[in-house]
Design a protein around this ligand. Structure first.
Ligand code: URA
Ligand code: ZN
Length: 361
C-alpha cells in the first residue's frame, strides 16, 4: 500500500532569505550567545525575554528537501504533498506579492519534479496582491505539473474567508478543480489565554487556538453561503477541521433556530452535513482515535487523509528515530480502523484518488 502525507510543510530557500532579512514577525534570527537560528512566526511568541520560549529552533529540516525525503523514508511515507508553512505570503507588501508567489510556486514545482512521484505541492497565493493577481496565479498553477491545489490561511484578503471580494478566488479554484488546503496561523486573541499564558509555552495557542481558528473560519464560510454559490469547491481542513466534526450538529441547530437568518432569508441553503460530506476533506492530524472516528463519521471514510505536520512538532529529545507526532497519528489510525480497509484509504488511497497523484506527468 502507498502512504501519502498531505500535511507537511517547507520554507523554500527564497522564503528563508525573506525571513532572515526581517526584524518583525515573521522572522528568523539568532539570540547570541547561542548561534542557533530561531523561527518567530506566531503573533504571541515575540515578547518573551527568554530565548527558549521565543519561537522555535529552525534547522535544515525546514528548508532542505533532502531532509524531507529522509524523514519520509524514516517514517515509510511514499509521497508527500508539501505546502509552504504559515504565515505564507500574508504579510508581504501588495506590490511584492504576485512576483514572490510566482517565484516560490515555480521553485516548489521544480523541486517536486526533481523527486518524481515522491513530491507534489500545494501552491501559495499572493493574497496581499489584487484579486486579479490572485486568480491569475490560480490559473497559472493549474499548468504546473506537480501542483495539486493551494494552501491558505484564514485571513483571506484581510477580512476573513467570508469576504465577498473572495468570490472570484473561489470561482477560480472551483473552475480549475484545485483543492484549497485551509490551515490556521493567527489563533485567537492572546487575552483569551489569560495572564499566565506564557508559563504554558505554545500549548494553548497550538492545541486550542489553531483548531478553534479553523473552526470559526469554516463556520463563517458556510454561513456566508460560499458552498451554495460554489457547490463543487473543495476544502481540505487542517487538524481534522479543528472542532468542526464535534460542533457541526450545534452549528446546524443554532442556524435552524436563528430568527435573524430566517427573517432575512440568509441562512445557508445546504445543510452542514451535506457540505461536510461533499465539499470538505479532513486531514488525519488529530492524534487520537476519538477525533479520527469523528472525522470519518462526518466527512466519510473516503475523505480523511493522513498527514504529519512535519517539520513542526519534532521530538524534544533529538536522538529519537521515529517522531512521536507521527507515530501517534499512525497508531490512532490503527486503533480506530485496524490495519486495512478504512486504514488504507486514510493512509494513502484517498489522497491518490482525490489529488490525482497517479497521473502521468
Ligand atoms: N506550528 C505552526 O506554526 N504551524 C504548524 O503547521 C504547526 C505548528
Ligand atoms: Zn501544519
Amino acid at each position: 500500500m502507498t502512504i501519502v502525507d498531505i500535511h507537511t510543510h517547507v520554507y523554500p530557500p527564497a522564503y528563508m532569505k525573506l525571513l532572515r532579512s526581517r526584524t518583525t514577525v515573521p522572522y528568523v534570527r539568532t539570540f547570541p550567545p547561542s548561534t542557533e537560528e530561531r523561527l518567530i512566526i506566531l503573533p504571541g511568541e515575540n515578547s518573551s525575554n527568554n530565548s527558549t520560549a521565543r519561537g522555535r529552533p529552525i534547522g535544515p529540516e525546514y528548508y532542505d528537501f533532502s531532509y524531507k525525503i529522509a524523514f519520509m523514508d524514516q517514517h515509510n511515507i511514499d509521497i508527500s504533498v508539501v505546502s509552504l508553512a504559515n504565515p505564507w505570503l500574508d504579510f508581504l507588501p501588495p506590490s511584492e506579492a504576485a512576483a514572490t508567489a510566482k517565484d516560490i510556486n515555480d521553485d516548489m514545482n521544480t523541486t517536486c519534479g526533481s523527486y518524481p512521484g515522491r513530491l507534489y505541492a500545494f501552491g501559495t497565493l499572493p493574497l496581499s496582491g489584487s484579486v486579479e493577481e490572485i486568480t491569475e496565479e490560480i490559473r497559472r498553477l493549474q499548468g504546473l505539473p506537480w501542483i495539486r491545489g493551494v494552501v491558505m490561511g484564514t485571513s483571506g484578503l484581510g477580512n476573513g474567508l467570508d469576504d465577498e471580494k473572495l468570490n472570484p478566488v473561489y470561482e477560480a479554484l472551483q473552475e480549475t478543480c484545485q483543492t484549497m488546503f485551509l490551515h490556521p496561523h493567527y489563533g485567537l486573541p492572546t487575552e483569551v489565554y489569560g495572564p499566565r499564558a506564557s508559563e504554558y509555552g505554545h500549548v494553548l495557542p497550538l492545541a486550542l487556538g489553531f483548531p478553534l481558528e479553523t473552526t470559526i473560519a469554516v463556520a463563517r464560510l458556510i454561513l456566508s453561503g460560499v458552498f451554495d454559490r460554489y457547490p463543487s469547491l473543495t476544502l481540505l481542513l487542517a487538524h481534522s477541521g479543528g472542532t468542526l466534526p464535534f460542533l457541526a450538529g450545534r452549528l446546524e441547530s443554532v442556524i435552524a433556530h436563528d430568527a435573524h437568518l430566517k427573517t432575512t432569508n440568509t441562512a445557508p441553503k445546504r445543510s452542514i452535513w451535506d457540505v461536510l460530506s461533499k465539499n470538505i476533506l479532513l486531514d488525519a492530524v488529530v492524534y487520537s482515535p476519538v477525533g479520527l472516528k469523528a472525522a470519518v463519521d462526518v466527512a466519510g471514510a473516503d475523505r480523511v487523509l493522513f498527514g504529519t505536520d512535519h517539520p513542526f512538532f519534532p521530538p524534544l529529545d533529538g536522538e529519537e528515530e521515529q517522531w512521536l507526532s507521527v507515530t501517534t497519528n499512525y497508531n490512532a489510525i490503527k486503533d480506530a480502523f485496524g490495519e486495512e480497509g478504512v486504514a488504507d484509504c486514510v493512509l494513502g488511497d484517498n489522497a491518490i484518488r482525490l489529488l490525482n497523484l497517479d497521473a502521468k506527468v
